[in-house]
Design a binder for this molecule. Structure first.
Ligand SMILES: Nc1ncnc2c1ncn2[C@@H]1O[C@H](COP(=O)(O)OP(=O)(O)OP(=O)(O)O)[C@@H](O)[C@H]1O
Ligand SMILES: [Mg+2]
Length: 184
């Protein structure tokens, strides 16, 4: 059988939630650690949709952040097509990151509200060096659409194009996502 696309083995992440050093010394307290995920293992094949389900605070986002390289595991291993991720190897990590993308829970919070749409789309292209810098503007304009509205759209902030979330949505980000899924 073909190798899984993603293999996660014994993934563990602890967060240091200790009080500041001076407080610990004065209050004679030890360092404190919170184990967000402990010994998690699973594999995902290419083309497979995988849902990680658990109650709030059970460590789902922590696992996702480790997979995309936003957090370093305390223990365990993540492999993409058999190639183990090594956070100490920035060149290999950069190559792997190009193949993964996070879709955040709250789509409104995932776009910087102060940035122009054109800059938001251009940032990863520039950061990953996907094309000569001089070509990025034209490529972004093509992605946004064609015609005279293009340059205007690129200069707008996200809220001008996508609208602002209703107050009820801000209280419950999942509602936003669910509403979008229903619309698809
Ligand atoms: N940077 C951090 N520092 C300290 N503790 C953290 C940090 N990030 C997450 N945690 C803790 O780790 C645990 C797991 O959090 P996580 O966000 O992964 O849960 P989740 O399953 O995604 O929850 P939700 O369904 O609410 O999104 C929680 O107790 C959380 O408070
Ligand atoms: Mg989460």
């Amino acid at each position: 059988m073909a190798e899984p696309f993603l293999t996660v083995t014994g993934l563990t992440r602890r967060f240091d939630v200790s009080k500041p050093w001076l407080n610990r010394v004065l209050e004679r307290e030890e360092r404190q650690f919170l184990t967000a995920t402990a010994d998690v293992s699973f594999a995902i094949n290419k083309g497979e949709t995988f849902a990680l389900v658990g109650e709030s605070g059970s460590g789902k986002s922590t696992i996702a952040k480790m997979i995309v390289g936003l957090l370093t595991p305390s223990a365990g291993q993540i492999a993409i097509e058999g190639q183990a991720m090594d956070p100490a190897d920035p060149i290999a990590m950069r190559a792997l990151r190009r193949r993964m993308q996070m879709i955040f829970q709250d789509p409104f919070a995932s776009l910087n509200p102060r940035w122009r749409v054109g800059d938001i789309i251009a940032e990863p292209i520039r950061t990953l060096g996907l094309m000569p810098r001089g070509d990025v503007g034209r490529e972004v304009a093509t992605a946004v659409g064609s015609g005279g509205a293009v340059s205007r759209r690129c200069r707008q902030i996200p809220a001008r194009i996508f609208g602002r979330p209703a107050p009820a949505h801000r209280d419950c980000p999942r509602t936003v996502l669910t509403a979008r899924i229903h619309r698809l």
